[in-house]
Design a protein around this ligand. Structure first.
Ligand code: PLP
Length: 402
C-alpha cells in the first residue's frame, strides 16, 4: 500500500516522456498496427513477450500508455489502462471481476448509468447487485454472501456528495475475499483510494481530469496483475470487448492532466465560497467542505488537504419549478451552462432527478434523498467568484429562496 501522505501532483509531474526530436510532449502514435523486424518477434508478442513491443492498438498504443502511466502515478497504482469512456472503465472492470452467478454490493447513490448497468443490465448475465447505503457499514457487511465478488462505490457520490469510508470498506472486502472498486471521478487528486486499501480505481476522464469538455474517456488503475488480466488475449475484458481509447485523444487528455492540480484547487476554492455564502444566507446547500456535511470529518481524514473539498455543490430549491427557474436564470446571466457533466472551466448545472439520475426510479430517488428541486453545480474556475455569487443571490431573491 502507498504512503497516505503521497502527493498526486508531484507524482504526475515526475512522469517524463519526451517526444521525437526532444519534444517536450511525447510523440503521438496514430497507428493501429505496428511492424516487426522479424516474424519470430511477432510470434513472441502473441505468447506474452511484449516488453518494448507494440502489436495492435486495441491492445496497447504508445500514446495511450503515456497517459495510462501518468494516471497510474497519480493514483499511486502499479499500472493503469485508458479506455473510451468512464462507463467502459466501470463495465470492463465489472466483467473482469464477476462471472455468471456472482453478486455485487454497490452504493445506491451512484451515477445513473452505473446504477442502470448494475440494476437493469447485468441481471441478464446472471450477475445481481444489492444497492444500499454505502455509509451504513453494518448493512454492507450483512449484504455479503459467498457469491459477492465486488464492492463498488464512488468515493464522493454522484449526485448526493456522500463520502465512502474506504478504510472500513476495504477491511470488510478483504476479510471476505472481495475486491473494492472505487470511482474517483468527482475527486481526482483529492482522494487516493488505493492508499486506503481500495483494489481498483476507475475514472471518467471526461470530467475534471480532462477538464475541457471536449472528449469522453475513462481509466482503470490497479495492480499490474489486474491490468494485465484485462488485456489477456483470451480472457481479458478490455482486449475482447474492445473499449479502446483513441491515441490522438489520449495525447490531448495528457496535456490537460498537467494542470489538473491547479484546476482542482481553484474549483474547490470557488465551490467552498459559493457553499459557505449560500449557507450564510439560509439556502439549503450541501457541500463536503461544510461542517454540517454528515461526512465532513471522514472527508478530512481521507483527503489530500491541499486540493480542497472539490468542485461539486448541491442547492436544494425544494421544487422542480424553482430549480428550473434558477437554472434558466443562471444560464441567462452567464453564471454558467445548463448542461450535464462536470469539471469544466465554466460552471455547469443540472437537476439530477430529471437528468443524470433519471434512470433511478422516482421512489428510489425519494428514499436516497434526491429531491426534484435539487440542483447539482460543478463550480467553474471563475476568477471573481464573489461577482458570480452576487448574480446567483439576486436570482435566488427573485424566486424567494433568500
Ligand atoms: N462515474 C461518474 C461518477 C460519473 O459522473 C459519470 C458520468 O457522468 C461516469 C462515471 C460515466 O462516465 P462517462 O460519461 O465518461 O462514460
Amino acid at each position: 500500500m502507498i504512503d497516505k501522505k503521497f502527493d498526486p501532483a508531484s507524482a504526475v509531474q515526475d512522469e517524463q516522456n519526451f517526444g521525437e526530436f526532444g519534444g517536450v510532449n511525447p510523440s503521438i502514435t496514430d497507428s493501429s498496427t505496428y511492424t516487426f523486424m522479424e516474424a519470430e518477434s511477432m510470434e513472441g508478442t502473441f505468447v506474452g513477450e511484449t516488453e518494448g513491443c507494440f502489436l495492435y492498438s486495441r491492445h496497447w498504443n504508445p500514446t495511450n500508455k503515456y497517459l495510462a502511466d501518468a494516471l497510474a502515478r497519480m493514483e499511486g497504482a502499479e499500472s493503469a489502462q485508458v479506455v473510451g469512456s468512464g462507463m467502459a472503465a466501470i463495465s470492463n472492470v465489472t466483467m473482469q471481476i464477476c462471472e455468471s452467478g456472482d453478486h455485487i454490493i454497490s452504493s445506491k447513490t451512484i451515477y445513473g448509468g452505473t446504477y442502470s448497468l448494475f440494476h437493469f443490465y447485468l441481471p441478464k448475465f446472471n450477475i445481481h447487485t444489492t444497492l444500499l447505503d454505502i455509509t451504513d457499514l453494518a448493512a454492507v457487511e450483512a449484504a455479503i454472501t459467498p457469491e459477492t465478488k465486488m464492492i463498488f462505490c464512488e468515493v464522493m457520490s454522484n449526485p448526493l456528495l456522500e463520502i465512502a469510508n474506504i478504510t472500513a470498506l476495504s477491511e470488510l472486502a478483504h476479510k471476505n475475499g472481495i475486491k473494492l472498486v472505487i470511482d474517483n471521478t468527482f475527486t481526482p487528486m483529492i482522494f487516493t483510494p488505493l492508499a486506503f486499501g481500495a483494489d481498483v480505481v476507475v475514472h471518467s476522464l471526461t470530467k475534471f481530469i480532462n477538464g475541457a469538455s471536449d472528449t469522453v474517456a475513462g481509466a482503470i488503475c490497479g495492480s499490474e496483475e489486474f491490468i494485465n488480466s484485462l488485456m489477456d488475449l483470451n480472457t481479458g475484458s478490455t482486449m475482447l470487448l474492445g473499449p479502446t481509447m483513441d491515441g490522438v485523444r489520449s495525447a490531448s487528455v495528457m496535456k490537460n492532466l498537467r494542470t489538473l492540480h491547479i484546476r482542482m484547487v481553484q474549483h474547490s476554492k470557488n465551490a467552498l465560497f459559493i457553499a459557505e455564502s449560500l449557507q450564510a444566507d439560509g439556502v439549503s446547500v450541501r457541500y463536503a467542505g461544510l461542517k454540517d456535511h454528515p461526512s465532513y470529518e471522514l472527508m478530512k481524514e481521507q483527503m489530500n488537504t491541499e486540493y480542497g473539498f472539490g468542485g461539486m455543490v448541491l442547492i436544494d430549491c425544494k421544487t422542480k419549478e424553482n430549480a428550473y427557474k434558477l437554472m434558466n436564470a443562471m444560464q441567462k446571466d452567464n453564471v454558467g451552462y445548463l448542461a450535464v457533466s462536470l469539471g469544466f472551466y465554466k460552471t455547469l448545472f443540472s437537476a439530477p432527478g430529471s437528468s443524470t439520475s433519471s434512470e433511478i426510479p422516482e421512489e428510489e430517488q425519494g428514499d436516497m434523498g434526491l429531491s426534484p428541486g435539487l440542483i447539482r453545480m460543478s463550480v467553474g474556475l471563475d476568477m471573481d467568484i464573489e461577482r458570480t455569487y452576487d448574480t446567483i443571490k439576486a436570482r435566488l431573491k427573485e424566486i424567494g429562496l433568500v
